[in-house]
Design a protein around this ligand. Structure first.
Ligand code: GLU
Length: 304
């Protein structure tokens, strides 16, 4: 019997550190269109593992904003704050394989060593106690993959990024670990996200290898930047999307993703516009592009 093609499972994974702004809408739309144009599932996961950065009410507001833009998810929304046992289990797997170590280095100490760990630190065998960060020891080889949007991508992790934290000294599981554990548990086959996260991909590939799990395919689309070249972000208080202008917001997102030409006639209804964009979606116009200019004027970009 011929093997059936694996079902495409994609996701959008916002952190509830603020409201959905135009940059994050572009991310939601890109991952949605990529999934839907491959007859795939599109899941939403709220990445609320960092209570220190979370904004009260943001999770709910993000979900309502996605719904307002007719971006409906295919399975129940999941929350990282509910998955602590999953992260601990995988952390113990990595520990058994001696791929992680407890690291008491302060940022200052690492800075003195150009931000890199010496082998002595890896081999120090510090006890896994509270208040000490846990790091994954990256390999000394190149880590490469074929990015679905950016093309071939290679890193030398020891020199370029170094061992990364999987559990913070404050006791929180770190983003890299949580995202991999959840993508594995949810059977994610395609991760389509902003290029601001591209440096995380080789680290996550190391975790997949450490957990003996096949990684998903990754594609990183360009991020929307302001006139001065900085990324639209929740931290910079980029304005929340206006729920009164849903079609316009989606049209601008489609234009930023190079799906709609200037002055082109597009459907007026958001659900039809999304369908229309699904039928046109292609990764190729974004190939090799790192930044997309914001369609907003400078004064609209930040809330003072
Ligand atoms: N939670 C991350 C963010 O909001 C995205 C993680 C991911 O897509 O891998 O930036």
């Amino acid at each position: 019997m011929p093997a059936s093609k694996p079902v495409y499972r994609g996701r959008f994974a916002p952190s509830p550190t603020g409201l959905l702004h135009f940059g994050s809408l572009v991310g939601a739309v890109a991952s949605y269109l990529d999934a839907k144009s491959h007859q795939g599932y599109w899941l939403v996961r709220i990445e609320d593992i960092d209570p220190l950065r979370e904004q009260a009410g943001a999770s709910d507001a993000i979900l309502r904003s996605l719904e307002a833009h007719h971006l409906y998810w295919d399975e129940k929304v999941t929350f990282q704050s509910h998955h602590q046992e999953r992260y601990e289990f995988q952390l113990q797997q990595l520990r058994q394989k001696k791929l992680i170590y407890a690291c008491p280095c302060s940022r200052k100490q690492l800075h003195a060593n150009h931000g890199l760990h010496l082998d002595v630190c890896r081999n120090r065998k510090v006890a896994f106690v509270e208040n000490v960060a846990i790091r994954f020891g990256v390999s000394n080889q190149n880590e490469g993959y074929h990015d679905l949007i950016q093309g071939p991508t290679t890193y030398h992790l020891r020199q370029e990024i170094d061992d990364f934290v999987v559990k913070r000294k404050e006791g929180f599981y770190a983003y890299q670990l949580a995202v991999v554990c959840d993508d594995v548990a949810q059977g994610i086959t395609h991760v389509i996200r902003g290029i601001d996260l591209v440096d995380s991909t080789p680290l996550q590939l190391q975790l997949y290898r450490g957990l003996d799990t096949r990684p998903p395919a990754f594609g990183h689309f360009p991020v929307v930047v302001t006139d001065d070249g900085s990324k639209l972000s929740k931290q910079k208080l980029s304005p929340a999307l206006n729920p009164q202008t849903v079609t316009q917001n989606l049209t601008l997102a489609g234009a930023a993703l190079r799906l709609i030409d200037k002055d082109e006639q597009t459907p007026d209804k958001p659900e039809e516009l999304l369908q229309w964009m699904v039928s046109r979606w292609s990764r190729s116009p974004l190939k090799g592009i790192k930044q997309l200019p914001s369609p907003f004027t400078a004064s609209q970009q930040t809330v003072n």
